[in-house]
Design a protein around this ligand. Structure first.
Ligand code: AMP
Length: 485
């Protein structure tokens, strides 16, 4: 049943990817391709909006990009040379479609479509004030707050209204906005979530990651700067920087797990960074073993780095089914457990009697590690040593990466010994926070602080967390309903 209550108990979290095109014939088809390359950032719903010079068009659906946007009639219906799209993770449910982005509203200035990657950490507070003043919310997404702030701003021009809105929100946002005047792409002042700009002929492209530029054959131009608004009219761009400048804090977890390894982030190959983290892990946590085995696919680059540094042979000791989504991106604990089993299988012949080093990128709840260690033992491994290519995840992310509440994070509950026992490993080692910075080519954390948002590891949140601080947990669950990632 579709409920119209904006405060219904629809406690969702998500991770997202955005893609935009301005100035290309059949822009929506390019957006569909771009979103396909960003599918790893969110697998439960996708949407595209386009503008044909007169009218906005929109198609939003649950499910993958392929299966929805590979249909001719859908793409034909999304006419125009300007289009933007969004992929997201959220739990499924009857109420979910209204939250699928891009969100669209008819404002006094005309149509306004917005695609958001990130999370607004004072969305509840803003929403509460807006509702008190008469705003009627159509979705339960934090992104809609931006639309209402634009709609109710006392400034005259749309751009001023938009800036006025952004100045009131805190948290992380990479946004692509479409209006009848053109497209605006922007990043929050700390640049927490990524956003890059590319060129395809004269057309201007924006994407969460460079892989999405690659897929449409676009050339990488540069990253959108933290705090920058790039305003595009047709194929012309100009930039404004309306915020006081602050030291950027891009998300370090993009390097650890979230971005695709073939993306380039801040001039660094994500793949090379992951390999360097693996090498650092081998230096910090060496072990005598026969094989280095990645937990596919997220642990693979780090395992190559670990193997090269340690001289222990790299082998594919776990084979992954490619027909199952990311373990973590499965709503509900039961399904998530099943997902791990469905997804991975031991390569028995290889494992029997061997001392293995398993490499994964992170431990969140511990579900994956527990299953994989057990799988290695069942396949006859003599010893199982787990090595993790990130520091212990001890804090929840409020900036758009899906992490469970703190109480469910294994490293928030247990010390190293407790975690080792929990996953039944012979030993467990995490790369240090300084080791992670080193792998990024930086000095140790203390020397360059604050260089990244690493709050999931350190608890050092770079913005206020108004909603977390102000509201009792019960209220957060019933009001927030959805965080956009
Ligand atoms: P868990 O099984 O809960 O310990 O989760 C760890 C596994 O989930 C690792 O294999 C990671 O590759 C993956 N993972 C970590 N963080 C995320 C995230 N935010 N979204 C999706 N998957 C994740």
């Amino acid at each position: 049943m579709l409920t119209t209550n904006p405060f219904d108990d629809d406690k969702l979290r998500e991770e997202c990817g955005v893609f935009g095109v301005s100035g290309a014939e059949g822009a929506a088809a390019l957006v569909a391709l771009g979103l396909h390359a960003l599918q790893h950032r969110g697998q439960e719903a996708a949407g595209i909006s386009s503008f044909d010079g007169t009218e906005f068009h929109s198609y939003r659906a649950m499910g993958h990009v392929a299966g929805n946007f590979d249909r001719d009639e859908i793409i034909r219906g999304l006419a125009g040379e300007v289009a933007c799209g969004h992929v997201r993770y959220s739990t499924t449910g009857e109420t979910a479609l209204r939250n699928v982005q891009p969100l669209f509203a008819d404002l006094s200035s005309g149509g306004f479509a917005v695609a958001h990657n990130g999370n607004i950490s004072n969305a509840l507070r803003l929403k509460r004030d807006l509702v008190r003043r008469g705003s009627i919310f159509q979705s339960t997404s934090d992104t809609e707050v931006i639309i209402h702030l634009v709609a109710t701003s006392s400034y005259r021009s749309l751009l001023d209204r938009f800036i006025d809105a952004l100045k009131q929100v805190e948290g992380a946002y990479s946004l692509i906005v479409m209006t009848p005047e053109g497209m605006i792409a922007c990043r929050d002042p700390l640049g927490i979530r990524p956003l890059v700009m590319g060129k395809l002929g004269d057309a201007v492209i924006f994407a969460s990651e460079t892989v999405a530029l690659d897929v449409v054959g676009a050339e990488f131009v540069r990253a959108v700067d933290p705090g920058e608004l790039v305003i595009v009219q047709g194929t012309e761009t100009r930039s404004i920087r309306p915020f006081a400048s602050v030291a950027p804090r891009p998300c370090i977890f993009e390097y650890v797990y979230f971005s695709r390894p073939d993306s380039i982030a801040d001039d660094r190959s994500v793949y090379s960074v992951r390999k360097a983290i693996g090498a650092q892990l081998a230096i910090e946590h060496p072990v005598e073993a026969d094989l280095v085995i990645p937990v596919p696919d997220s642990g693979t680059p780090a395992a190559i780095g670990y193997a090269q540094q340690s001289g222990i042979p790299f082998e594919l000791g776990i084979i992954r089914s490619h027909y199952v989504g990311r373990t973590f991106i499965q709503p509900g604990d039961k399904v998530r457990h099943l997902g791990v089993k469905l997804k991975h299988n031991a390569n028995r012949g290889l494992i029997e009697g061997k001392r293995v080093v398993l490499i994964d990128d992170s431990i969140v709840r511990g579900t994956t590690s527990l299953k994989i260690v057990q799988m290695m033992r069942e396949a006859g491994a003599a010893e199982v040593h787990m090595r993790i290519a990130s520091p212990p995840t001890r804090h929840s992310c409020f900036y758009g990466v899906d992490t469970p509440e703190r109480a469910k994070l294994l490293a928030a509950k247990l010390d190293l010994g407790g975690m080792t026992d929990f996953i039944h490993a012979d030993s467990l080692g995490f790369v240090s926070i300084d080791g992670l910075y080193k792998a990024l080519g930086e000095a140790e954390r203390a020397a360059i602080r604050p260089g990244y948002c690493d709050a999931c590891f350190t608890g050092d949140y770079p913005t206020s967390l108004t909603d977390q601080d102000e509201l009792a947990p019960v209220e957060q669950f019933s009001m927030l309903e959805e965080r956009v990632g």
